[in-house]
Write a protein that binds this ligand. Structure first.
Ligand SMILES: *[C@@H]1O[C@H](CO)[C@@H](O)[C@H](O)[C@H]1NC(C)=O
Ligand SMILES: *[C@@H]1O[C@H](CO)[C@@H](O)[C@H](O)[C@H]1NC(C)=O
Length: 401
């Protein structure tokens, strides 16, 4: 995995020479079904979901498994919604072989699989009135992902299938899920949740790169640039990496490990393939929100400063998301890793201590942050346990509308 980032880091020039996949890309040419899932021989359907604030999200479905009869068993299949993490997209779940990737494994195990894509990813379709080139298109952080994107996609799945949905999130996908659960935004659509690298508190991360970025650089970039797209492939991404790597305490010789922790089970020969799709864009404001979590140790809304907070929240400080508000009836399953530089043991324990319902926990000692989605051994290490948890949920997922 290190090579992935070394590749990005060889030099700024090389980085900018990478294909500019996102900029100006025509959305109709980006289709998870056509480019990935159908090519693997699985059935696939695409949908467009419009959020209340006008974003057009790409939602993709693998309704049943490989080689299954089309005389649709999908009505009896529990729907599972997969929410990817930061600078990733719904492709994350289907990039490895079918016996390694969660999307295919769940379809083959009898689930109706839905791949969500947040605003800004290449698999989503833009906005009803703005284009990706408009600054305001990038005026959001994970607050909006939890308040708009997640409820829109989960409600859509709930309405199409008539069933409560099983939720899977990785990393930022766990932030979005937990934040939405505390606000009761999606409770009526969700039966249970499995969280990979669960994150709410971030003040114990041992990633030197992210600590330096969060404490010294991201805020400055927001002040200079304002609302802006962020992509590791564009100039802003290169600038951030260059600046942070100039710090004597950050070892960029091993940047991915510095960012995510060492990943045990990553197949490096697949890097060129992964790079065809990843990384995706996010907003600079979203990075600033994550940096705020690292600096402040809170799980709270975006901090606009004292005056801005008054305008947005009628108070000087941003309100916190209260994990105790997640209903005790929401069953949770979590998996975290001993080498994960982002979901640190202290922070994970902090999260769990505030929940009313105690989650089932799977600890994998040698897993880094990316292993949870791209490990070649993830099926036996974690996904089999997740599937057993989902099967235990039984009745809730069968609730008809
Ligand atoms: C699905 O993809 C096809 C082909 O790319 C496209 O024409 C169609 O509009 C898409 N449907 C939705 C609902 O996005
Ligand atoms: C790594 O991926 C390549 C390409 O998909 C494959 O040929 C190889 O067998 C994989 N190696 C392992 C250890 O999974």
């Amino acid at each position: 995995m290190e090579e992935w980032f070394s590749l990005l880091l060889v030099s700024s020039v090389a980085l900018l020479a990478l294909p500019q996949l996102c900029v100006g890309a025509k959305s109709e040419t980006w289709d998870i079904c056509k480019q990935i899932v159908l090519q693997m021989g699985y059935p696939c359907q695409n949908f467009t979901v419009t959020t209340d604030d006008g974003y057009l999200l790409g939602l993709y479905r693998i309704p049943y498994g490989y080689n299954e009869e089309v005389k649709d068993r999908s009505w009896s299949r529990p729907p599972v919604y997969l929410q990817h993490g930061l600078v990733q997209g719904g492709d994350t779940w289907v990039l490895n072989n079918p016996d390694e990737s969660l999307g295919y494994i769940l379809a083959d195990a009898g689930f109706d699989v839905w791949l969500g894509n947040i605003r800004g990813t290449r698999w989503s379709y833009g906005h009803v009135s703005m284009s990706r080139e408009d600054k305001d298109y990038w005026d959001w952080s994970w607050d909006e992902l939890a308040a708009y994107d997640l409820p829109a996609m989960l409600e859509f799945v709930y309405k199409i299938t008539g069933r409560k949905v099983l939720y899977v999130g990785h990393s930022q996908g766990t932030i979005m899920g937990l934040a939405a659960f505390t606000q009761d935004k999606v409770g009526e659509f969700v039966a249970a949740a499995a969280l990979l690298s669960p994150i709410t508190y971030l003040n114990h991360i041992n990633s030197a790169f992210l600590n330096v970025a969060a404490h010294y650089y991201i805020e400055k970039m927001v002040k200079t640039m304002g609302v802006h797209e962020f992509n590791l492939r564009n100039e802003l991404g290169v600038e951030l990496v260059d600046r942070v790597c100039a710090s004597p305490i950050v070892d960029c010789g091993n940047l991915l490990a510095a960012l995510t922790g060492p990943n045990c089970c990553f197949n490096e020969s697949r890097i060129p393939y992964y790079l065809q799709y990843e990384p995706h864009s996010t907003s600079l404001k979203n990075l600033a929100h994550l940096a705020q979590m690292i600096r402040s140790g809170t799980f709270a809304k975006y901090d606009y400063g004292r005056l801005g907070n008054l305008l947005h929240y009628y108070r000087f400080s941003p309100p916190s998301y209260d994990l105790a508000q997640i209903p005790a009836t929401m069953s949770l399953w979590m998996s975290w890793g001993g080498n994960d530089a982002l979901a640190d043991a202290v922070d994970v324990a902090h999260t769990i201590s505030e929940l009313q319902c105690k989650p089932e926990l799977i600890y994998v000692e040698n897993y880094g942050h990316i292993d949870f989605v791209l490990s070649t051994r993830a099926k036996t290490d974690i996904y089999d346990s997740m599937i057993a948890f989902f099967r235990d949920q039984g009745e809730d997922t069968h609730a008809q509308i």
